[in-house]
Write a protein that binds this ligand. Structure first.
Ligand code: ADP
Ligand code: MG
Length: 406
């Protein structure tokens, strides 16, 4: 029983030292799953069967009330099956005590559920404490987890109310990862976050997942999020009926029914922009200008670049603004250029999100940065429109969706 063996069910310090080197994943299989709530005429889930290979993200998507949350909560026995079975690495969840099973499965929800009177460190340590880990080991894991979700180490002593919504959500992910669970269940985890921060959290989470390769069942009502996040997407219909289970490109190319077609939406071609990352298309080269350097040197660079506007960067190569004619008329590059560099595009963004950022700021260009915030090129509306009219857009729609690799 590999799944049972892989969970630190027995308290002690013999368990893995580092998430990065020991990450484990288990396959998840729903087999003819049915759920009837007491007093309800219709089942909330009807004979749901689907398999999620170990290390994949499976997104359950569908309209409100179709049974997504129910399907998720059945897997860690927060509610009990009425029929069928769920297997983790081939082993029925019925064979394990519910409380133990739950501790071994990461669970992330929208209202994060952090304890307000506990520090961030204590919140992350809740399950390790239940498992009687030593103080030393808990402390080391908290440190590692904060780093993993890109939060500063000193945040461990702060309280949830001192954090932004996005930071709290990352703490929720860190907490779910605390005992290195082979499976994570995520119920609309980014649903309460504003669109810009949601995009960032999604990208950050995909980066993390490319490292950890957990098996994730992810629930959302947002088809765009499903297409972006899922290795496979399960479109559900009222009554927990599975309308289609497919990769994002398959879903966009060949919706299995009118229901799926409607749900995916009329803008299927545009949605293909969600299958490609900014990092994998040819960006423009901007003439870069360092603060304080002579503008004459910058002018000379404009001729070799793909666009006529110089981009000012700080000493670390981070964008601080576009230089106007007035800026260029000075002796040296000013520290506060006339035009803001927004929107700054993350090279792990999918093209759809990047385009919507450009449109929101009503601009033709956006500096593209790497994970350190350094400029690696410029994205323009023109590049995207070329891409849309190219063969590559059509080819992409038939291949597997791209995933973040770096
Ligand atoms: P979703 O997460 O897709 O919005 P849910 O799984 O929450 O859907 O709900 C599926 C169906 O089951 C809905 O009709 C809902 O009203 C019903 N339901 C959910 N929880 C309960 C419950 N505890 N008791 C009775 N009915 C419930
Ligand atoms: Mg729900």
């Amino acid at each position: 029983m590999p799944f049972v063996a892989s969970i630190p069910a027995v308290p002690g310090d013999a368990a893995p030292k580092s998430l990065r080197t020991t990450s484990r994943a288990a396959s998840v299989e729903y087999r003819e799953v049915t759920k009837r709530y007491p007093g309800q005429a219709e089942p909330a889930i009807r004979s749901l069967s689907l398999e999620v290979p170990a290390g994949d993200i499976c997104v359950l998507v569908g309209p409100s009330g179709c049974g997504k949350t129910t399907a998720l909560r059945l897997a860690n026995r927060m509610i009990e099956l009425s029929g069928g079975d769920i297997l983790l690495d081939g082993v029925s969840i019925r064979t394990r005590p519910a409380a133990e099973l739950r501790r071994g499965i990461g669970y992330v929800i929208q209202q994060i559920g952090l304890f307000p009177h506990l520090t961030i460190g204590e919140n992350i340590a809740v399950v390790p404490k239940l498992l009687n880990w030593s103080r030393q080991r808990i402390s080391a894991r908290v440190k590692e987890l904060l780093e993993l979700v890109s939060l500063p180490a000193d945040m461990r002593d702060q309280y949830p109310a001192q954090l932004s919504g996005g930071q709290r959500q990352r703490v929720g992910v860190a907490r779910a990862l605390a005992v290195d669970p082979p499976v994570m269940l995520m119920d609309e985890p980014f649903g309460a976050i504003d669109p810009i921060n949601r995009e960032r959290l999604q990208n950050q989470f995909l980066r993390l997942q490319s490292e950890l390769r957990k098996t994730i069942v992810f629930v959302t009502h947002d088809i765009d999020e499903a297409i972006k996040m899922g290795d496979r997407v399960a479109v559900m219909q009222k009554g927990g009926v599975l309308a289609q289970y497919a990769t994002p490109p398959e879903l966009l190319m060949s919706p299995a029914s009118d229901f799926v077609e409607d749900f995916v939406g009329a803008d299927r071609a545009l949605k293909r922009l969600a299958l490609l990352r900014v990092r994998s298309i040819d960006l423009w080269k901007a003439p870069l200008a360092r603060v304080g350097e002579p503008t004459s040197a910058v002018r000379a660079r404009i001729a070799e670049a793909d666009l006529p506007h110089p981009l000012a960067v700080d000493a670390d190569g981070r964008p601080i603004g576009w230089l106007s004619e007035r800026d260029l008329a000075r002796e040296t590059v000013p520290a506060k250029p006339d035009t803001s560099p927004e929107p700054i595009v993350d090279r792990d963004d999918v093209l759809r999100d990047a385009l919507s950022d450009l449109l929101r700021y009503d601009t033709q260009y956006g500096p593209v940065v790497d994970e350190h915030g350094r400029v690696v090129g410029v994205l323009s509306v023109e590049i995207i429109s070329h891409f849309l009219s190219s063969n590559r857009a059509a080819e992409l729609a038939t291949g597997p969706a791209e995933r973040v690799t770096g």
